[in-house]
Structures are given as structure tokens and as C-alpha cells.
Design a protein around this ligand. Structure first.
Ligand SMILES: [Zn+2]
Length: 456
């Protein structure tokens, strides 16, 4: 399997990195103005209602034209919006004026050199990401991290630049993080990038842009790059309570040796985490609940709904009985499908297999009704083609591959129309266990749901 190392970098601007001077703390340049009679948090008092974060991607430093089409920029924004939709922190506006001035310090994506922008205006509840590309060393696909700054002005101004009103980010043992933004760089040479909102067409030799963008934005937001993250690292593990509660194993989640990622191949609910250090080519990884939990632990306020949540199938009805030689039996007329992350169905696949006591005579198919009709191998819902299906027999799984026209309602109708039967009265009579799951909804899979079927 071919692996490529994702980032770490932030070293240029990290407190523990090679050039710590780039992360200038306010007090080093503190020039108190005469008009400082302002409480440090006054700027924020007008704000009370939570609203979603905006991540503004700024391409002024993309001089190597990595983002050479609007479609690529749109896709990056879609990924950024996955964060924006969940983060409700109020970040104070950085509005330089008069003696209150500052310089954003970050790595120029096109050169790898430190760069500055003087007196950048950053709106409230907004983070700015300078994005671009250059030839990154070795197998590195991307690098990213929050920027540093230098600032001059009143104490309230310095506090805004430093932490955007996140009071927990103050002091020597911060529990919160309020960055202005940072920069992200993607590899421009030797990487075959896949730009797609779904994984349809993602080949085994391609690097998935969505996955790498999601990972780098995680670093921008402080994963492995903030003091409030570092303060939760103990003996190579992460002690944040939300993460510990979410971790599939007991104890504190294991970190990579760099203490800036989960250990390689750490999973959550069976899915590999997005913030481990590497991703295989040909694969998409979005944030798992464990990745989100770490952002929660380092200080971000998250809405409870996970937009990247996995789909779920349920089969709550009574156990159906199939009588050999009799009519095919519907598996569950009250089956449900939920898609809390509103993940795209295009290219996803429903699979049904008999995992216990099955035999060569066991068959799974789909019947009509509930709006479902069939035309050859094509399935229609309310007259609209929603995909194709193939019957299951013996060890061959029943499958439906959904098209872009499939809706959540259509999938649920399909689940309610699944049928089990045997093709011979010689089939055994032990209870069958069916395993039903849906795969590859924007890279996410449902957990397999099991359903028992009696056979007489
Ligand atoms: Zn990383």
C-alpha cells in the first residue's frame, strides 16, 4: 500500500518550532497607547448570539496557481464550511486603526518563506487562510498551521489580536484558542490530486484533496498547533475529556510521536481518524467524532450535530419468518434510514449479505411498492431512476448502487422492500443473520446492521 505523509509543519511559527521568533507574543511589542482606558473585553460586549464561523480562503499568495480553476476553490470552500457549520465561537474582529496596528506572520505557500501582511482586517467570527501550493519535500501532500503575529497598541487591542476575545486563551496555561488564521500549502509536483466532492472517480494512485484540506484546516484550528492542545498532552497521549470519552479504546487516545497528530491508524467507530499523520492514496477521510472531540477539548464550541456524521440503518420490526417453498418474505417493513450529515448518496452502495447460517440457496432481492418500481436492473422511486441493483444469492451480496437522483426517502423505501427467500426446500432451517450496510456516502459508511430471519 502506498502511503504519503501528510503535514505537520507549523514548525515555522510554533512555539516549539525552529523559528519561534515568528510567533511573537504581544507583550514583546507592547506599546501602550495613551487612550488605553478600555477594558480588555469591551470590544466583545456587543456580541451575544452565537453564529457560525466563516473561513475565508485568500489566494493572493497562490502565485504557483495550484488553485487554477474556480471549481477547485469552490471545493476548498465546501470543506472549510464543514468546520464553519459546527463552530459557534464568537471571535472578535481585528480592525486596525490609529496606533493599533499589527502584522500577520505566516508561511508563504508559494515559497515556504515567512511572510507578513500588515494591518490585515479580519471580520468578527472569521478566520483567514492564505492558501496555495509549492513543491513539498518527499511524500508530503500538504502543510498547514495557524499564523503568528506582532502587534502594537492598546492592551485591549493586543488581546484581540492574540485571542479574539477567547478569555480562556489568556495566561500561561490556556484552555482556549482564538487565532486570526494561518496558511496552508499543497504539493504541486509529483502528486496526482483528485478534486471531487464525492469519491466517485477517486483512483488508487490519487491523493484526495478534500481529505488533505480537512486535515490542514484542523491544524489551522489548533489541532497539534496550539498551547491549549499541548496542555492536554501527557506521556504521548491526549487527555482532553471529550476525546477520552469518544475514544474507542479505554484510557487516553494515543498520539503520534510528534504529539501533533493521533497515532497512525487510530480509528473512531471503525473509521480511520482524519488527524492521524498519513492517508493512503485513493482514500477519503473526513473528521470522525474523535477528531471533533479534540477541537472541542482545545477550546472550540461545537454544535451537537456532526455534519459529517455517518448514516445509520435500523430494522426495528419483528423477526420475519420465511417458509420454504412459500412466498418471499419482506425483511422489515419498518426499516429506517437516517443521514444526519446529509452526505451525498451518489455512488454509494447498499449491501445485504447473509453472515450466519446462510447457504447456496439463500437469496435476497427487492420488491416493488412504497414508490419503488423496477425496469430491468434499474430501480425507480416515484418514477425517477435512483440506481441499479443486483440480486444476492449464496455468498454473493445483494447490492444497490445509487445515482445522484437517489434521496434519503428513496433509500428508506428500498430498505423496506428487501426480501429474503430460498431457492430450494433443501435449504437449512437455522435462523439466518443478515448484515445490511451502506458504503461510501462521501467516504462514510454505516455500521453494519444485523437482522434475524426465521426459516421454516
Ligand atoms: Zn498533520
Amino acid at each position: 500500500m502506498s502511503w504519503k505523509t501528510l503535514i505537520e509543519f507549523w514548525s515555522q511559527i510554533s512555539r516549539c518550532g525552529a523559528q519561534p521568533a515568528q510567533r511573537m507574543r504581544a507583550q514583546r511589542r507592547l506599546v501602550t497607547s495613551e487612550s488605553v482606558a478600555v477594558a480588555p473585553c469591551e470590544v466583545l460586549e456587543a456580541r451575544s448570539l452565537p453564529s457560525a464561523l466563516s473561513i475565508v480562503i485568500d489566494y493572493r499568495f497562490d502565485t504557483n496557481n495550484f488553485f487554477d480553476t474556480q471549481e477547485k476553490k469552490d471545493l476548498f470552500q465546501q470543506v472549510a464550511n464543514l468546520y464553519a457549520a459546527r463552530i459557534t465561537d464568537n471571535l472578535g474582529a481585528i480592525t486596525p486603526s490609529g496606533r493599533n496596528t499589527w502584522q500577520a506572520v505566516f508561511t508563504d505557500p508559494a515559497t515556504g518563506q515567512s511572510s507578513t501582511v500588515s494591518n490585515l482586517s479580519v471580520s468578527s467570527d472569521t478566520i483567514i487562510v492564505f492558501a496555495g501550493g509549492r513543491d513539498l519535500e518527499g511524500d508530503t501532500l500538504g502543510v498547514g498551521g495557524p499564523g503568528g503575529y506582532s502587534a502594537q497598541g492598546s492592551s485591549s487591542w493586543l488581546a484581540i489580536v492574540d485571542r479574539r476575545g477567547q478569555s480562556g486563551a489568556a495566561g500561561s496555561h490556556p484552555t482556549d484558542f482564538g487565532p486570526w488564521g494561518g496558511s496552508i500549502t499543497f504539493d504541486t509536483v509529483g502528486t496526482s490530486w483528485f478534486f471531487g466532492s464525492t469519491t466517485v472517480g477517486l483512483d488508487g494512485d490519487e491523493a484526495d484533496f478534500v481529505s488533505v484540506a480537512m486535515h490542514e484546516l484542523g491544524h489551522i484550528l489548533g489541532f497539534g498547533t496550539s498551547e491549549s492542545f499541548d496542555n492536554l498532552v501527557l506521556n504521548g497521549r491526549f487527555t482532553g475529556p471529550k476525546s477520552v470519552a469518544e475514544y474507542d479504546l479505554t484510557g487516553n487516545p494515543l498520539l503520534d510521536s510528534d504529539n501533533s497528530h493521533w497515532a497512525n491508524a487510530v480509528t473512531d467507530g471503525g473509521l480511520e481518524t482524519a488527524m492521524d499523520p498519513a492517508i493512503p492514496l485513493g482514500k477519503r477521510k473526513l473528521f470522525t467524532n474523535l477528531d471533533w472531540a479534540a477541537l472541542d477539548d482545545l477550546g472550540w464550541t461545537l454544535t451537537s450535530t456532526n455534519p459529517a456524521a455517518s448514516p445509520t440503518l435500523t430494522f426495528p420490526g419483528s423477526i420475519p419468518t420465511f417458509v420454504r417453498g412459500g412466498a418471499r418474505v419482506v425483511v422489515d417493513t419498518s426499516a429506517t434510514f437516517s443521514n444526519p450529515g446529509n452526505l451525498t448518496l451518489k455512488g454509494s452502495q447498499l449491501q445485504v449479505s447473509t453472515i450466519m447460517n446462510g447457504g447456496k440457496y439463500d437469496a435476497v432481492t427487492i420488491t416493488t411498492g412504497n414508490g419503488i418500481t423496477k425496469s430491468g436492473a434499474t430501480l425507480k422511486y416515484n418514477g425517477v431512476s435512483i440506481g441499479t441493483y443486483s440480486n444476492g444469492l449464496g455468498t454473493l451480496a445483494f447490492k444497490i448502487t445509487f445515482s445522484s437522483k437517489a434521496s434519503n426517502e428513496a433509500v428508506e423505501a428500498c430498505l423496506r422492500n428487501l426480501q429474503f427467500y430460498t431457492t430450494s426446500q433443501q435449504a437449512g432451517t437455522l435462523d439466518r443473520t443478515l448484515s445490511i450496510r451502506i458504503l461510501n456516502m462521501n467516504g462514510q459508511n454505516s455500521a453494519p446492521t444485523l437482522k434475524t430471519v426465521h426459516v421454516l
